[in-house]
Design a protein around this ligand. Structure first.
Ligand code: UDP
Length: 425
């Protein structure tokens, strides 16, 4: 049986999703591992312990496990400090593997921090390393609203080194790959495009009226726009809140899913406080509702209950939320950035708008809310569009990449073109 060591040092697939640090990458790693497991590949995901007393080994599906190892303090800490503790992480992975007589055939690392650990392990295990960045420091810095949200030079240097040294880099879209070539001078031959996925058995359409009833949300004719995601500046939620001021004449609510609504006010993050303040200052109380993060199992109902899902990000390397919403038959209005340019088919399964443009965002939301027929039509196309990204398809492409590397073949450039996924590039 093929055995993969998957590294996700700074964020565990077992973490509660939707808070500041845990989001798409956690979901990606969990779902990919589960799907590979279903295909008969053994996957161990190694991550660092964030609280005392966490069990070391947790099964998350057939042949898929999360291995939580002590790496520095067993507490949340600044992700940049993880670098200092990587030697401990690497040696604990080695001890775990040796103690269980496990030999891994390949390492698949996620995010720049895990990439460093992967290179260390490669020198000992002599197996190929597949790496996925998820986000890129240079691109985050270009849109960071303030230096405090910026990424370190050290991160960019490490990303550059990883692009030159790992056996294959997985880019989520052709745009992602082009950005690595442009900004990091990466070798395009080493980069394989495999998008993120969605579980279409979980994310499938539900009856809208019934979904609202079950969630205690107002029935039609009240319209619902939905935002789902971590509450952080790059998500562009301020643009969406501002857009709501142009839509006061409609019976429309905006539901914001993500963040800390259940915690006390003094525990909210600075960004959540800022955004709630913005909604209050713009007299949107009662129209913009922060309902906190929700377990993923509840999201299909929420997506189905909404008339439109908005993804107003300033930067998005892929954007799972846009895919999940479409899989539930809800059109998406998204910023024309990064992966959203590929996953949302403009004018077909939703609309793309310029980032940070409340007028344009409001215009498209209004159009969908006022044209029920178009909404239905786009919803049907959205479901069809999302099918192409089902995890079974995506994991199959990942497995082909693993096999190609294990046969010691460089990933052939033709591989990139094999998929039929639509993209504007
Ligand atoms: N999510 C969740 N509960 C929440 C908010 C978000 O389960 O309250 C999940 C959502 O379903 C999606 C992920 O978090 O799978 C966010 O991924 P995306 O790629 O859209 O954004 P990222 O976090 O990577 O920036």
């Amino acid at each position: 049986m093929l055995r993969i060591a998957m590294l996700a040092v700074h964020s565990s697939p077992l973490a509660a999703i939707g808070s500041r640090e845990a989001g798409g990458m956690n979901v990606y790693v969990r779902e990919l591992a589960r799907e590979l497991g279903r295909r008969g590949i053994a996957v161990d995901i190694f991550t660092r312990s964030q609280r005392r007393g966490e069990p070391t080994v947790v099964s998350i599906g057939s042949h898929a496990r999360v291995i939580t190892l002590r790496t520095g303090p067993a507490a949340p800490y600044n992700k940049n400090w993880v670098l200092d503790y990587l030697p401990e992480f690497v040696s604990r992975i080695r001890c775990f593997a040796d103690g269980q007589d496990l030999n891994y055939d390949l390492i698949h690392s996620h995010y720049w921090l895990s990439g460093v650990a992967a290179l260390e392990l490669r020198t000992m295990w002599r197996v190929p390393v597949v790496h996925m960045f998820h986000t890129l420091g240079v691109l985050k810095n270009r849109v960071a609203p303030a230096p405090i949200w910026g990424e370190t030079d050290q991160r960019v240097q490490i990303e550059t080194r990883l692009m030159q040294t790992v056996d294959a880099v997985v880019a989520a879209t052709p745009i992602d790959r082009a950005q690595m070539v442009l900004h990091y001078n990466a070798d395009p031959e080493r980069i394989v495009v495999i998008p993120g996925g969605v579980d279409t058995r979980v994310f499938r359409p539900r009856d809208r009226a019934e979904a609202r009833r079950r969630l205690g949300l107002p029935p039609h004719p009240t319209r619902l726009a939905l935002f789902v995601g971590r509450i952080e500046p790059l998500k562009g939620l301020d643009t969406l809140i501002t857009a709501m001021t142009h839509l006061r004449d409609l019976d429309l609510r905006l539901l914001v899913v993500g963040g800390d609504a259940h915690a006390r006010e003094d525990q909210w993050s600075a960004e959540e406080r800022r955004l709630r303040g913005l909604a209050r200052d713009l007299n949107l109380d009662g129209r913009v509702l922060f309902i906190g993060s929700r377990p993923q199992a509840q999201l299909p109902l929420l997506y189905s209950a909404a008339d439109v899902v908005a993804v107003p990000s300033l930067y998005e390397s892929f954007g799972l939320v846009a895919l999940e919403a479409q899989a539930c038959g809800t059109p998406v209005v998204a910023s024309r950035v990064g992966g959203l340019r590929c996953t949302v088919r403009d004018g077909v399964s939703g609309f793309l708008v310029p980032p940070a443009d409340p007028d344009a965002l409001a215009g498209r939301i209004r159009h969908l809310v006022e044209h029920e027929g178009l909404r239905e039509e786009m919803g049907a196309h959205a479901i069809e569009n999302a099918q192409a990204y089902d995890w079974s398809v995506i994991a199959g492409r990942m497995q082909s990449l693993y096999n190609a590397l294990l046969r010691r073949q460089a990933p052939a450039p033709a591989y990139d073109q094999r998929g039929t996924l639509p993209c504007s590039m």
